[in-house]
Design a protein around this ligand. Structure first.
Ligand SMILES: [Zn+2]
Length: 329
C-alpha cells in the first residue's frame, strides 16, 4: 500500500514540474522574449523556477531519441527529462546511418539540460543481410575514432531470437564481428540479448573472448536468474528498464533484482519502447504507454529501489556513478 502511494507521489511531482516547465517556457519563448527561432533556442532548463529536483542526478543509459516517434520534438523530450531530474543519457545507434544520426543529435543538444553521448553499432534487428560486414566494421571504427569522445560504446549489438527478428545465422555474423571490433578497440560493449536461446549463443561467444573483452553492459536485462548470475560472474554490468514497473511481466525481474550488487547496476527507459503505467507523467495523454519517454526514469528508479529494499536516492546516485564510470563521461 505504502509503495503504491510513493510512486503516485512521484508521478504527481513529475506532472507538476513538467507543467511548471511548460508555463515558464511559454513565457520565455514568447516573440518578445526569444525572437522567431524560439523552438530551437538553446534555453537553459528553468531549474531555478522549479521545486527542488526529484533526485540529485539520474543517468538514462538508453534513450532512443533518433526514433521516429520523437521526430520534431526530441529537444522538448530532452528538456522534460531534465525537468524530471535526468542529467545524462546515452542515445544508442542501431545501424550505421542511425549511429551517425545519434552522434549529430547529441552534438547538437547543448542547452537542453541533459548531457548526451552515443553508441555506434548494428542492432540484431537490422542484421538481415550478411553483405558488407567488413566495410561496416571499418565504418564503425571510423565513427568511434573521429567522434571526439562522444561515441562511448559499441552497440547496440547482440542477439535477439524473438519473433520477427532476422535468422540467427545472420545475427551471429554481425555480432561476432562487432565483438571482435570492440575487443580490438577496447571500446565498451552495449549489448542487447533477448530470450534464452540467444543468451546461450551470446554466452558461448563472450566466454570464448573473456580475456580480451572490454567492459560490457547488458542493457534492458530481462533474462532469468541463471542468465543474471552468468552476467555478474563475468563481471558485466546490467541495466534495468521500465519492465520492472510492469505488474506481471516484471515480477521475475523484481524477484532477482536483489542479486545484483549496486555497483553493477544501471537504469534506463529504452524510450520510446517498453512503456509502463504512468510512464508519460507530465506529457499529454499520460495514460498512454507509447511513446515511453526519458522523463519516466524516476519511476524506474523508484521501482528498482522498492524491489531491492533500498532508498531511491541511493539507487539514483549509484546507478549514475556506475554509468559515468563505465562510459567515461
Ligand atoms: Zn535493446
Amino acid at each position: 500500500m505504502k509503495s503504491r502511494r510513493q510512486s503516485h507521489e512521484l508521478f504527481r511531482r513529475i506532472e507538476s514540474r513538467c507543467r511548471q516547465h511548460r508555463r515558464v517556457r511559454a513565457h520565455s519563448s514568447s516573440p518578445a522574449a526569444a525572437g522567431s527561432s524560439a523552438s530551437r533556442a538553446p534555453l537553459p532548463p528553468p531549474r531555478s523556477l522549479l521545486p527542488p529536483p526529484l533526485f540529485s542526478e539520474l543517468f538514462d543509459v538508453d534513450a532512443n531519441l533518433t526514433h521516429e516517434a520523437f521526430k520534431g520534438d526530441w529537444r522538448e523530450q530532452v528538456r522534460l527529462a531534465a525537468v524530471a531530474g535526468v542529467s545524462r543519457a546515452i542515445v544508442p545507434g542501431s545501424t550505421l546511418a542511425d549511429s551517425r544520426r545519434a552522434l549529430a543529435l547529441a552534438t547538437d543538444s547543448s542547452g537542453c539540460g541533459v548531457g548526451l553521448w552515443t553508441t555506434a553499432g548494428v542492432h540484431p534487428f537490422n542484421a538481415s543481410s550478411m553483405d558488407g560486414v567488413g566495410a561496416a566494421m571499418d565504418d564503425l571504427r571510423a565513427q568511434i575514432g573521429s567522434s571526439g569522445g562522444r561515441v562511448v560504446a559499441l552497440g547496440e549489438c547482440g542477439l535477439d531470437y524473438s519473433d520477427g527478428f532476422p535468422p540467427a545465422e545472420a545475427q551471429l555474423v554481425w555480432f561476432e564481428h562487432q565483438l571482435d571490433l570492440a575487443c580490438e578497440l577496447k571500446t565498451p560493449l552495449f549489448l542487447h540479448i533477448r530470450v534464452s536461446a540467444a543468451f546461450d549463443d551470446a554466452r558461448r561467444l563472450l566466454d570464448a573472448r573473456a580475456a580480451a573483452l572490454p567492459p560490457v553492459l547488458v542493457h534492458c536485462f530481462t533474462g532469468g536468474e541463471d542468465e543474471l548470475r552468468w552476467c555478474l560472474d563475468s563481471g558485466f554490468h546490467v541495466s534495468v528498464s521500465g519492465v520492472v514497473c510492469k505488474k506481471e511481466r516484471g515480477a521475475e525481474l523484481r524477484r532477482i533484482l536483489p542479486l545484483i550488487p549496486l555497483a553493477k547496476l544501471m537504469v534506463e527507459t529504452d524510450a520510446p519502447y517498453l512503456g509502463f503505467p504512468n510512464c508519460r507523467a507530465g506529457h499529454p495523454k499520460p495514460k498512454k504507454q507509447f511513446p515511453n519517454v526519458a522523463s519516466a526514469l524516476p519511476l524506474v528508479v523508484d521501482a528498482v529501489a522498492r524491489a531491492m529494499k533500498l532508498p531511491a536516492a541511493d539507487v539514483a546516485a549509484a546507478t549514475s556513478a556506475n554509468a559515468r564510470r563505465f562510459f567515461g563521461v
